[in-house]
Design a protein around this ligand. Structure first.
Ligand code: PEP
Length: 256
């Protein structure tokens, strides 16, 4: 019931794939493929594709996001990009806390929180990623860990700002591995995340918050995952690089 009142969001995370030229070609395929979708459609592209993506997606139902953002407004942070820079380009979304950022670029819950706040304060919609690795799942600490990651990521975020927050549950063991969480596992953890949002912000905010699943979601498993009551959308890596596969997931979200 509550699910009908939440926005389903299917977001592609292109990671470090596609030159701007290749990205433009993919967007040309995507535009007709997802036109008329009944869910929010987002593509998060490498920084180098953002200008092209924003230009091409103008007047379409595709929203453009970045894959990361730095927490300072400006200054001596060589190689980094600020939230204001993204907003100035017409970018609407940003991902924070992706497990690849945590794993390979030493991101911590604290820096994820700072990036989340920077994005929100600049007016971006933020997709905050949380999720356990395989050892943590096997140790039985998934729920505690995801609760902790969620709480720290949201430190200082106001109830009003929660309207611009999406939380993506992404079990690390399922990302890019072809090994998907079962729909039951996804539902269990997404429900636990909604519970912690409720504890922090109250029932109304919890019911209104979009919670995605991410981790090898594809055209074959999307309908089952998205059919679960607390799974409001998906963050899609590999399958976002093929227009037909991404469009099939968008269709599943539209129908689910
Ligand atoms: C991701 O990058 O967030 C992701 C879920 O990747 P994949 O769909 O390839 O597992």
């Amino acid at each position: 019931m509550d699910k009908q009142n939440r926005k389903a969001v299917i977001a592609g995370n292109w990671k470090m794939n596609k030159t701007a030229t290749e990205g433009a070609a993919l967007i040309d395929e995507l535009i007709p493929a997802v036109a008329g979708a009944g869910c929010e459609v987002v593509i998060c592209t490498p920084y180098t594709t953002l200008v092209t993506a924003v230009e091409k997606c103008k007047g379409t139902n595709i929203h453009v996001g970045a894959e990361n953002v730095h927490f300072e407004k400006s200054g001596a942070f060589t190689g980094e990009i600020s939230a204001d820079m993204l907003v100035d380009l017409g970018v609407e979304y940003v991902i924070t806390g992706h497990s690849e950022r945590r794993q390979y670029f030493a991101e911590t819950d604290e820096t994820v929180n700072k990036r989340t706040l920077a994005g929100l304060n600049a007016g971006l919609k933020v997709i905050v990623c949380v999720g356990e690795n395989l050892a943590q799942r096997e140790q039985g600490v998934t729920e505690e860990l995801v609760r902790l990651q969620t709480k720290i990521a949201l430190q200082g975020v106001t109830a009003e700002q929660m309207a611009n927050v999406i939380i993506a549950y992404e079990p690390v063991w399922a990302i890019g591995t072809g090994r998907t969480a079962t729909a039951e596992q996804a539902q269990e953890v997404c429900a636990a995340i909604r519970k912690v949002v409720g504890e922090l912000y109250g029932e109304a905010v919890a019911k209104a918050t979009t919670i995605q699943y991410g981790g090898s979601m594809n055209d074959g498993n999307a309908a089952e995952l998205l059919g679960k009551p607390d799974v409001d959308g998906g963050l899609i890596g590999g399958a976002a690089l093929k227009a037909d596969k991404f469009a099939a997931i968008v269709k599943a979200a539209t129908e689910g």
